[in-house]
Design a protein around this ligand. Structure first.
Ligand SMILES: Nc1nc2c(ncn2[C@@H]2O[C@H](COP(=O)(O)OP(=O)(O)O)[C@@H](O)[C@H]2O)c(=O)[nH]1
Ligand SMILES: [Mg+2]
Length: 201
């Protein structure tokens, strides 16, 4: 049983930078990942809401910090996607600044979910995100998304490979498979979020 009902999560606000966020109190868990990694889909799957976080086939559309409230003082944060090549440099810098600022300055951040396509995991920016979190003593859950795109053997071996590679971070970094399409890994995600929210009580 889940400690919190993620299905009643509601949208709070979108902010271009941290100055526009609600007060830095309570607990936040942030979702980060390259554009198109499946971040919005994962949030929608977790909350069982079709379009809570806007999903898009166009990469790079989520340029804002989007906040959702699970219950009073417990929020999920959809961070701007990173690493999308086809975006003007100036815009990329703007999002990266918003992302970096959030991660560095948001005191109520208690956990980071990093989503990566299971077929292309641990790109440079993914590794940077994890390194940053480990340095800041923020626990990390890596979700290897779109697991349905691989056969079960390939899926399992990819999971093991990433788990082995992740030992190098020497931190609290857990790796799980995930699929919004096939509902793989949703329980693991919920359990992890519960533990982070609970620890902060
Ligand atoms: N096959 C498959 N496709 C997915 C899955 N999750 C997301 N997608 C697709 O990947 C694309 C990007 O998803 P989205 O959630 O918008 O990614 P975001 O940019 O990280 O928020 C969309 O076309 C989704 O339909 C999944 O679990 N399985
Ligand atoms: Mg998105």
């Amino acid at each position: 049983m889940s400690a919190w009902n993620y299905h009643i999560t509601r949208f709070v606000t979108s902010a271009p930078d941290i100055r526009h966020l609600p007060p830095d109190t309570g607990t936040e868990v942030a979702f980060a990942g390259r554009s198109n990694a499946g971040k919005s889909s994962a949030l929608n799957t977790l909350t069982n809401q079709k379009s809570l976080a806007r999903t898009s086939k166009t990469p790079g559309r989520t340029q804002l910090i989007n906040l959702f409230e699970v219950t009073e003082g417990k929020r999920l944060v959809d961070l701007p996607g990173y690493g999308y090549a086809e975006v003007p440099e100036e815009m990329k810098l703007k999002w990266q600044r918003a992302l970096g600022e959030y991660l560095e300055k948001r005191a109520c951040l208690r956990g980071l979910v990093v989503l990566m396509d299971i077929r292309h995991p641990m790109k440079d920016l993914d590794q940077q995100m994890i390194e940053w979190a480990v340095d800041s003593k923020i626990p990390v859950l890596v979700l290897l998304t779109k697991a349905d795109k691989l056969a079960s053997g390939a899926r399992k071996s990819q999971l093991n490979k990433v788990r082995e590679a992740a030992l190098a971070f020497m931190g609290d970094v857990q790796i799980e498979m995930f699929s919004s399409l096939k509902k793989i890994g949703v329980d693991q995600l919920r359990v992890k979020l519960d533990s982070w929210f609970e620890a902060a009580e």
